[in-house]
Structures are given as C-alpha cells and as structure tokens.
Design a protein around this ligand. Structure first.
Ligand SMILES: Cc1cc2nc3c(=O)[nH]c(=O)nc-3n(C[C@H](O)[C@H](O)[C@H](O)COP(=O)(O)OP(=O)(O)OC[C@H]3O[C@@H](n4cnc5c(N)ncnc54)[C@H](O)[C@@H]3O)c2cc1C
Length: 469
C-alpha cells in the first residue's frame, strides 16, 4: 500500500497531524522510534493550554497558540479527554510589565484578559507573597493531560484507519516516481508525502531525505510533583513575569489534582535526568514567590527537554522537495499549538478540510468516577474491576487490562502509567509495579524479564521468576 502521508514522530504534534489528516480522509502512517506515543517533550511538560498572551506578536507561536487554544475545547470533547479552564495569572512587582503582556495578548487575539491589583490577586493566589501588586489574569488558560491528549489523538486516528508503527528506526529513504520508500531493518513503508516532526530527531530524518537541517538547541526544565493532598496550594496556574528564557518557574495544578513546581531552563545535551542544581533553582524561585510552601508533599521529580531552533517554530514545506513538510523547534507553547499546526499542515498541502464522520474512541475513564451502584454493576459483569492494583490512585485490574488491550497496544510499564495512572501516586509504583508488569507479560504471552519500563532494554525484572498474578 502507498500511504498518502508518512508522519515521523509520535509526539503531540505528530499525533495531532495524524488525527487531522485521518479526519480529512487521507491514508496516514505514523512512524515512531520509541515504543509508545508521547515519550518525548509531550510527556514531560506543564500540561497547560496557554492562553497566548506571551508569544511575540505576528509569530507562528502566537498564531498557533491562540488558534490551538480555541480548538482544544471541541477536540477534547470529541476525544473524551478531560480539559479544565482553570485560568492563569502572571504576577509582577511592576505595572508596566503586566500591561505590556496585556496589550500583546489583545494584539494576539486572546479573549478573557484582565489586569488585577491588590486583593483581587490574593483572592486568586492566597499563598503569594505580598509584594506582588499587579497581575494579568487570563481566563482561557486550561489544564490537560499532555500524554492522554496525545494518546487519544492517535487512538482515534487508528480506529478510523490510520496506522501507527512503534520501534521504527529509519535507515534509508529513497524517492522514486513520486513515491517515498522508507526502510527500517525489516520492512519498507511507501508514502507520497512526508511530514517530519520528529522533535529532537528532526535532523536524522531530514538528513535521510536530503532536505534542510536545523541548528537545534536543547533546554531542560525540571519539576517537583506534589501529592494531591497539597492540591489547595494553588488552584490556578501562576507565572512570574517572563524572561528571554521563557515563561519562568510556575506553580500550577494539574488536571489530575497534583501540583507542579517548575520548570527551570538550562542549556543541556538531550537527556531527561533531574539534577541537584536544577531542582535547587526551582526550589529557590518558588520560595521567593510563596509563603507556606508544602515541600513535605513532594512525591516525584521529573524533567523535560525543550527542542528549539531560534525564537519561533518552523512549520513549512521543504524548499528542496515540497512533498516534505518540516516541523522543527516546537518548544512551548507546542502542546497548546498542536491542533492549529495540524490544521496548517492541511493548508500547506491543499487538503480539503471537510472531516469525515469518525468512530468514537473509548476513554480510560476511571472507576473512581462511578457511583458505588455503578461500580458494583460493573464488578458483577467483570470482577477484575473490583481488584484494586494501584492503591494510591485506586486503579483496578480491569482498567489495566483494558489499557493493555487498547487500540495502540501499549507494551511498556510507563505506557500503562500514562493511560490509567498506575504508579502516579504517593508510593510511585512501590506496591503496584510488579503486578502491572506481570499483567503486561501475561496478556502478551511474554516473560516478566521481557517487559521494559519505557525505552528498549529498560528491563524491570532481570531474571524471570514465579509471580502469582
Ligand atoms: C519543560 C517543558 C514544559 C513545557 N510546557 C508546556 C506547556 O505547559 N504548554 C505547552 O503548550 N507546551 C509546553 N511545552 C512544549 C511542548 O511540550 C512541546 O512543544 C511539544 O510536546 C512538542 O511536541 P512534538 O511532537 O514536537 O515533540 P516530541 O513530543 O518530542 O515528539 C517527537 C517524537 O519524535 C520521535 N522521534 C525522534 N527521532 C525519531 C526518528 N528518527 N524517527 C521516528 N521518530 C522519532 C520521538 O521519540 C518523539 O516521540 C513544554 C516543554 C517542556 C520541555
């Protein structure tokens, strides 16, 4: 089969494009180097759909952010992904800074902006130190799970005819008679057009295509995650005033009820380790802004790496071969912009944007959301929904099995974690990891030692043993 499009990279941008092209009746294959979607920048960010007041006037960032923010509401409803319009504030000691952002936001077309002073600020952010006299409030900032959103985009595409191939290591690309032949070690994929949105790997693919490459820069952002019992610390995303290094270190709720502190912004080699220095920088910034910081509620640290090339996004057709679209330097606000980038790709390739009727995906809706009566009914038909495996997040065996057998066929421990939150709670998988590993092994007819945590060879069990599921 010759696909209309091959998309390289299963981050939020690649999956938004996969989804949009499928909706627009194109045949599409997504080729992802790792073992799941959302394993790059798209899993490790702040989970905010930004309002769009921060991006420079007339930039692609401002255009895609503002449009993307508007598209999120309908898209999340259709995909059955939770989205919460909780709003954001930028707080400052001087009026001019927030006024400038307000004017930029107005120019960018952001609705729901308001300048706040005095008590209006402390009503929204009770723990903020009292020297912040001015704030810009943005009503349309929203919270989303960046990985569930990415997964949902890909799943809906797959159940409507798209193909996703994991562990696809491209070694050669040839173009003959208008068709690209894409080789890995054991198969050849054919497509008429290519979209290169491989994030940190964009140059690997560009090189194989003999098209433009980019000067990439990597900037790590580190975070603290707080337990849900600290959820009343902030109920809105709170930013300091932005600098040339981005939006600054924020405190924000997540869609799942945790609190995040971070990210800092340090030049690095690509790699998602956390560091003493980085975390300390976040800690100091938070202590400077807030009183009563519940540091005893920290349950986890993580980092994500922004991939930049210059100040703005690159989204264009290659000047060497205009059957190739190049998408590079998608750092923040890339999550917020992803639906608008997908829309723009359709414009670049002159695709009719009338959407077909899509089959709806099942969500991973937690049994926690059910009433006791509904839960009991479910358990009667399937007792595995009555066996709680992850005690912190109250995830049942039935939900894990449903995730393992979902459309993208997740195979790693972390891919189940992203879908149903096993191991996301206070014990950080201390109690449930082996049970999840054994369910993954059993369902796939594998040994325990064959299950990876995230990347290839990240084995959790080194030697197989008897484990009673
Ligand atoms: C710390 C931090 C905080 C952020 N906060 C926000 C926020 O709150 N809101 C917001 O809007 N944005 C935020 N962002 C930005 C946002 O996360 C990114 O813009 C977005 O995730 C980029 O998506 P992507 O698909 O371009 O890249 P990625 O998610 O990195 O995906 C690229 C994919 O390509 C794959 N790949 C690499 N090489 C190859 C290859 N050779 N072949 C096939 N596949 C390959 C990778 O495995 C990966 O899956 C933040 C980013 C960071 C790092």
């Amino acid at each position: 089969m010759v696909y209309d499009f091959a998309v390289f990279g299963g981050g939020v941008v690649g999956c938004a494009i996969l989804n949009k092209l499928t909706r627009c009746k194109q045949t599409v294959v997504l080729l992802e180097k790792s073992l799941d979607v959302a394993t790059g920048q798209s899993k490790a960010n702040s989970g905010l759909v930004h309002a769009g007041f921060d991006a420079k006037e007339n930039s692609l960032k401002s255009k895609f952010n503002v449009r993307g923010n508007k598209l999120f509401n309908k898209l999340c409803k259709e995909l059955k992904v939770d989205l919460k319009e909780s709003g954001a504030v930028v707080v400052s000691e001087d009026f001019e800074t927030v006024k400038r952002l307000y004017e930029r936001g107005k120019y960018n077309g952001v609705n729901g902006l308001k300048l706040l002073t005095g008590n209006e600020i402390f009503e929204k952010v009770p723990n903020l130190k009292k020297h912040f006299h001015y704030a810009l409030y943005a009503k349309t900032a929203k919270l989303v799970s960046p990985y569930l959103f990415t997964i949902a985009l890909a799943e809906e595409a797959v159940i409507n005819g798209a193909k996703v191939i994991f562990d696809f290591e491209t070694i050669k690309i040839e173009k003959r008679n208008g068709v690209f032949y894409i080789y890995n070690f054991n198969q050849i994929i054919m497509a008429k057009k290519i979209i290169n949105c491989a994030g940190y790997g964009v140059n690997e693919i560009s090189k194989l295509l003999h098209v433009e490459q980019f000067n990439l820069e990597f900037r790590r952002g580190e975070y603290f995650v707080l337990d849900k019992t600290a959820s009343d610390f902030v109920s809105i995303s709170v930013f300091p005033t932005p600098s040339k290094f981005g939006k600054g270190i924020l405190a924000t709720p997540t869609i799942d009820g945790n609190i995040l502190f971070g990210p800092n912004n340090e030049l690095c080699e690509y790699g998602t380790q956390t560091t003493h220095l980085g975390l300390n920088e976040v800690k100091q910034a938070i202590n400077k802004m807030y009183d009563n910081v519940p540091w005893n509620k920290v349950i986890r640290n993580y980092s994500g790496v922004r991939v930049s090339c210059g100040d703005d996004f690159v989204v264009k057709l290659s000047e060497v071969d205009n059957d190739v679209a190049l998408i590079a330097g998608i750092n923040s606000p890339g999550l917020s912009s992803s639906p608008a980038i997908a829309e723009f790709i359709c414009q670049l390739f002159n695709i009719d944007i009338e959407e077909k009727q899509m089959k709806k995906r099942e969500d991973y809706s937690s049994i926690k959301k059910l009433t006791i009566k509904e839960r009991n009914k479910l358990i009667e038909t399937n007792p595995s929904f009555g066996k709680i495996v992850c005690k912190c997040e109250e995830v049942s065996e039935g939900e894990i099995l449903r995730a393992i057998n979902s459309p993208l066929k997740p195979i790693t421990f972390d891919s189940i974690k992203r879908r149903v939150r096993t191991g996301m709670g206070r014990c950080q998988a201390g109690f449930c990891m082996m049970k999840v590993v054994s369910l993954l092994a059993k369902e796939q007819g594998l040994k325990l030692e064959d299950i990876f945590k995230e990347e290839k060879n990240s084995n959790i069990v080194l030697k197989d043993f008897e484990y009673d599921v």
